[in-house]
Design a protein around this ligand. Structure first.
Ligand code: FMN
Length: 385
């Protein structure tokens, strides 16, 4: 079973990720993890912290001479801002000098303060911060490398930022570099310009924007996931993984929201024969039917709400004085949809990797690859004639 866990606060010494369940012999270099971390920092509209944070990593276990050992992989990402925060975030008993007593709307602050009975929202916001998604990147890149051994590729692109959206065709499996070259991670040049302009407008208004990203999983064979239990359905696992990303408030699999408005005759993907082989002329289902992959491209969208921390502060209440107040203005992004897309890609890769591993197993990468190859060969002559 593949699983991962992260620990660490936004301004603590660092973030730790432990990924367990990868087979022996997966080729991984520390540089691949660092490169993927850099991808999470991308995107027009990111705040100053992206320029400050360097994301240096240290591999603490599980990888030797560029290959996994079959033991848990543990990676430490140091927070380069730690020296500035070492007193405020010290694990030693001490009193905070700058308590955050004004909870920011749209953040975990108020619910956490009420839940734990604290007047210092920093106790909550440090862990609730999207900085944690850097740690998930470690699991995401390992998942991608694992999937690549059987030819599965996962990528993401931005579909909309605020009012600006792309009507362009979906990218193909080789488009990741071209997407990453776009400041908003969108391949449609007209939409890209409109998205950049929308971010500039929001910035000028001291406001923020959300948007939509799409994750695509290529060459996933049919039968990944399961119809037998609610918590084994691939669509449910994908939805939970995308929804777990901070600020994601909607998930769509395939044309999920559009088909809700259409007749059944226009909503499904018929099953045809092409020279004896199975053919699906459309992919409205987004690559899953009945909780299993159906062999078409996996297509999942995440809807991100606008960033909650505005330079034009929202109204709140000071929880210590009980007086109306303005929410604190922490250094913040205007728009983080391009980065959220990268995190979405990593979460989808992790879900797919976990389900591949569950179905095909293997102590070593070779055993895993052989099992996938054998299964794929068995699919070739279906339907039998
Ligand atoms: C990649 C990424 C970057 C983010 N950056 C910020 C930010 O700079 N400022 C902010 O207020 N929220 C940011 N968020 C969103 C908050 O973390 C999120 O809204 C908050 O933790 C509350 O969680 P919820 O929106 O899921 O309820 C970011 C989210 C992601 C995925």
């Amino acid at each position: 079973m593949l699983r991962f866990m992260t620990a660490g606060e936004s301004h603590g010494p660092g973030l730790v990720t432990i990924v367990e369940g990868l087979p022996y012999g997966l080729e991984v270099s520390p540089g691949q993890i660092t490169d993927e971390l850099a991808r999470r920092r991308m995107g027009y509209g990111r705040g100053k912290r992206m320029a400050i944070e360097k994301d240096e990593i240290e591999i603490l276990g599980g990888i030797r001479h560029g290959r996994t050992l079959g033991s848990p992989v543990a990676v430490l990402i140091r927070n380069t801002e730690w020296p500035r925060w070492s007193e405020e975030m010290s694990p030693e008993p001490a009193a905070s000098k700058k308590q955050v007593t004004r909870p920011r709307p749209g953040h975990a602050d108020l619910s956490g303060m009420l839940k734990y009975g604290t007047e210092d929202a920093r106790d909550i916001l440090e862990r609730a911060s999207a900085r944690e998604t850097a740690a998930r990147t470690v699991a995401g890149i390992l998942a991608k490398i694992f999937l690549a051994t059987v030819g599965v590729r996962v990528l993401s692109h931005v579909v909309a930022i605020g009012p600006a959206s792309s009507e362009g065709p979906p990218p193909g499996p080789d488009d990741q570099d071209a997407i990453d070259d776009s400041p908003v991670r969108c391949l449609d040049p007209a939409a890209e310009a409109a998205m950049v302009a929308a971010i500039e407008d929001a910035k000028a208004e001291r406001d923020t924007l959300g948007g939509l990203f799409e994750v695509l999983g290529f060459d996933v064979p049919p039968g990944i996931g399961s119809h037998v239990h609610y918590d084994r359905r691939l669509d449910a696992l994908l939805a939970a993984a995308i929804m777990s990303i901070p600020a994601i408030k909607g998930v769509e699999i395939g044309d999920g929201f559009e088909v809700a408005t259409l007749a059944g005759s226009k909503s499904h993907d018929e099953i045809l024969l092409d020279d004896g082989a199975l053919l699906r002329p459309t992919n409205r289902a987004g690559g899953t039917e009945g909780g299993m992959s159906n062999g078409e491209t996996i297509r999942v969208r995440g809807a991100m709400k606008p960033i909650s921390t505005l330079m034009r502060p929202l109204r709140t209440v000071d929880m210590t004085t009980g007086e109306p107040a303005e929410a604190v203005r922490e250094r913040s992004d205007v728009c983080a949809v391009p980065a959220a897309g990268v995190v979405g890609e990593q979460m989808v890769a992790y879900v797919l990797a976990a389900e591949f591993q569950r179905k095909f197993g293997g102590d070593t990468v070779d055993e895993f690859v052989s099992a996938v190859d054998r299964y794929r060969s068995g699919l070739v002559d279906r339907p039998r004639r």
